[in-house]
Design a protein around this ligand. Sequence first.
Ligand code: NAD
Length: 532
Amino acid sequence: MTSTTRPGPMPATQPPWPLAPSHLSGLVASAPGRPLQASFSPVDRGLIGEVPVCTPEDVAAATATARAAQRQWAAVPLRQRRAVVGRFHALLLQREEDILNLVQAESGKSRLNAFEELADAALTAAYYRRTAERFLRPVRRTGAAPGLTRTTEHRLPKGVVGIISPWNYPLTLAVSDAIPALLAGNAVVLKPDSQTPFTALMALELLREAGLPQDVFQIVTGDGPVLGPAMVAGVDFLMFTGSSETGKIVARQCAERLIGFSGELGGKNATVVLADADLAKAARGAAQGCFSNSGQLCISMERIYVHGDVFEDFLAAFTARVNALRLGTGPGWEVDMGSLTGQRQLARVSEHVEDALSKGATLIAGGRHRPDLGPYFYEPTVLTGVTEEMLVAREETFGPVVSVYRVEDDEEAVERANDSRYGLNASVWSARRGESVARRLMAGTVNINDGYSAAWASHDAPMGGMKDSGVGRRHGREGILKYTETQTVAVQRLVPVGPPPGMANERYTRLVKGALRLVKGALRLIGRRTGS
Ligand code: NAD
């Protein structure tokens, strides 16, 4: 059913979610006898299953097991590691039904959004399977003494990579960073969010079925603040996805040990609609950019700046699109927006909207909790008249709430879009000026005439945040090389670098100076010829 003025329920789509296969909890790396923690579906608060509550000792043991297995895994030819990832890709597609059911049960998202996760994980696997060899192969570098020194840059695995992942994309954020880490010869210890452990465990099961040696990938489940420090204490690199606040805590712990840290963190992403935008496309794209995954997407849009000349027209088209969004859950594909993932999100979304309305914002669409659809459903909500003192102005809502602002010109749009402590993703709608405006936006990814998918799904290009939105990048070259140490190996032929036996130091330095002049002259000549 498509509602006309208010988002409405889907017809009887809600299945009784199957319990997660009970053997999955047996894949958690914990000592026997740990207490169990139940996880419940946000769809209907039904039990999904129980996983052990791991302790720091379990994390230490899992890390030690992973470390022992890593040495052998790194010795496996890359061709074979790539084959494992290739089989994992095939299994993701083969087991689509089970995976989507579990992702939906754990997160409450729509079938389509669950499928996007599966597609993203599969794309990541396909991309790095294809490119890993190119990124990891040794590279010849110019030696100290040309002709005498043969210098090569090698890429060694870091060792054990720790991954801490959130609940909003329980499949792709759990495995998509693990895939390049594994291809580079690392072992992985993953701590998924407590809300969504089963999707991560199913991914582990598929990786093992694809041929990944048993101990190379370990999953620990339990409380972040308890297990996080134990992970940092044992691993050689930490990949974190989650809030900026937690990211800073984990980054500080990594700094103490001088291990690498990569953080994909929060956002308050801005869409800019210029006067020359195709408004119908902008309205459709903005609705998708704001409300996919119920706005619980780090790269989704929470602010829209619209040129004054087209403000009213855009707002009308956008509101119509938002009001036409179909809310629901279950295995049906014809749903645009699912549930929020839990009480914490519902409370935050409600607080942001109520705070804004109590301080004078105007409600254009949505604004209601919808317990008739499920305990945590909230309507896609559009606000105008948002001012600085409102929470929603600057804080990340991480839910289906967007504020629309009128701006006078491109200059003001850029300035206001950049006026945030975050800098993750941005979107520009324009027929001609998209690229020039994009280059002035302080965001790690910018999509022109698209909300977020164009940049995110460009797996060959880096993805990540500026300012409080992150450190480091995933995807592309950087997304795999960060899991490696560089090692420079230089082979010196004939004589070692330094004065040869019997030559006075002064004569040696004169000779080196002459050589330096020759090199400089040669470089100048080459520069003139090549115009560089
Ligand atoms: P969160 O920071 O509370 O939790 C994320 C993960 O960190 C969870 O696994 C949690 O158990 C763990 N954790 C919590 N406290 C910890 C601690 N002290 N030490 C170690 N680990 C700890 O984030 P959240 O609220 O669950 O997720 C939503 C946030 O994640 C939003 O801010 C969103 O923007 C961000 N996010 C960012 C990206 C990205 O790619 N940039 C992707 C998804 C989500």
